[in-house]
Design a protein around this ligand. Structure first.
Ligand SMILES: [Zn+2]
Length: 173
């Protein structure tokens, strides 16, 4: 149940005024323009947002599914079936409940999640190739399951320098 600012019954801590924080952003009332899936790595969040909002023109109006490894969570059917099941459930929730017509999946360079995965899951041991393999794998499934949706796959490459440049490369399924 929704409670007014201040917490339970407005008085969680007697005698202590709880601050609230009003922000400039307003509620998005229009249907989302896309569903986006990417990793939660803090180093890439500003770049993801800039790419999505300014380059792709989403203007802050998209559903977002963030987990370590991003789209990789949708490929885990054999290795981690429960993770895979939950990921698809969450993913489909947005597609089924919102007027999504565009899917945007992003992988990023130097993703620590991939370092935690056994190498045998992929045909290559090269990190970027493993990630692009997963993107294409998920992309093929999405093309089959959601042929009516526009699908976009990207790899966010980093030049390897501290505070270095990030460049987004589209992938073809
Ligand atoms: Zn990552």
């Amino acid at each position: 149940m929704w409670a007014p600012a201040g917490g339970h019954k407005g008085r969680p801590y007697p005698g202590v005024a709880m601050p609230s924080y009003q922000v400039e952003s307003k509620l998005q009332s229009d249907a989302p323009r896309a569903l986006v899936v990417h990793c939660g790595d803090h180093r890439f969040q500003a770049a993801f947002q800039e790419f999505l909002n300014r380059v792709l023109g989403l203007g802050g109006n998209y559903d977002l599914f963030v987990v370590p490894g991003g789209p990789q969570s949708l490929t885990l059917a054999e290795y981690l079936p429960k993770f895979s099941w939950a990921s698809w459930r969450w993913f489909r929730f947005f597609v089924d409940n919102h007027e999504i017509d565009r899917l945007i999946l992003i992988q990023h360079e130097d993703c620590a999640w991939y370092k935690s995965l056994p190498v045998h899951l992929h045909t290559s041991s090269e990190p970027r190739e493993r990630q692009e393999e997963d993107l294409r794998k998920v992309g093929k499934t999405l093309r089959k399951d959601f042929p009516q949706l526009q699908l976009e796959l990207y790899f966010a490459a980093w030049d390897g320098k501290p505070q270095g440049k990030i460049e987004f490369f589209p992938l073809v399924v």
